[in-house]
Design a protein. Structure first.
Length: 240
């Protein structure tokens, strides 16, 4: 099979795809550096899915006629994914090419001795475990950073109201709406501080347990209690 896109072996024996060659083959109009940075947003990791290296290219305008450019050595899996992402005829063709290269590499590297077969099994098991761990980490990250469900958000809202009411009843307080508002401001301020957010609507799954624990153990700050007390004191009259 003719080489459509440059594929080479790295020092560790793994097969890699030249990022700039793939970019050229796909006929992407966006400049390579911008394109590859955008592709990285799909969750690829350095030294796992790709590595960075300097590539010498001929440039008559540069000193010595050679210019260094940043390039990437992509794994076959990453190259296949990037080809699919483009959703073009050339992208489909590139993906089929990489699949064929992958099959060819496996055929030429079949183990011969029992020891080689065992080593291949162990290597494949390690690679599978790494991929599973990467997927698990990505899933956990997405799960932790997703916003609260409506039910969880309502639970937090009711818990906040319950904590304020419990404090008022336990201490036999008779408060105005303004004074009660200071208590809500106090507890909500603590929630924002714990979760590192600006509004309660920004709460994430990872914040739920800490916020719930805080609400159940909340007591107003000394400053808030002093402000409430000041709001209870009659305003001095200037008439004399």
């Amino acid at each position: 099979m003719n080489e459509l896109i440059k594929i080479f072996k790295q020092n560790n024996g793994s097969v890699a795809v030249d990022g700039r060659d793939l970019h050229d083959f796909l006929e992407v109009e966006t400049p390579y550096t911008k394109w590859i940075d955008r592709m990285m947003e799909y969750g690829f990791s350095e030294n796992v899915d790709f590595s960075v290296f300097d590539k010498n290219v001929r440039d008559d305008t540069a000193f010595g006629g050679v210019r260094k450019m940043k390039d990437h050595a992509l794994t076959l899996d990453m190259a296949k994914e990037l080809s699919m992402i483009q959703r073009t005829g050339r992208g489909k063709r590139a993906r089929q090419y990489f699949i064929a290269m992958e099959k060819k590499a496996k055929q030429t590297a079949l183990p011969q001795t029992p020891e080689e077969k065992i080593m291949l099994l162990l290597q494949n098991a390690n690679e599978d475990n790494k991929k599973i761990n990467q997927i698990d980490n990505r899933v956990k990250d997405l799960e932790h950073n997703k916003t609260l469900t409506p039910g969880e958000y309502n639970y937090i809202s009711h818990a906040v109201g319950g904590a304020v009411n419990t404090y008022v009843q336990t201490h036999h307080l008779i408060l105005t709406g303004k004074q009660r508002g200071k208590l809500y401001k106090d507890i909500n301020g603590g929630i924002k501080q714990i979760a590192g957010i600006q509004t309660r609507a920004q709460l994430r799954e990872k914040d739920f347990e800490n916020v719930d624990r805080y609400i159940r153990n909340w007591v107003p700050s000394t400053a808030t209690l002093l402000i409430i007390k000041q709001l209870s004191e009659p305003v001095a009259s200037n008439e004399g």
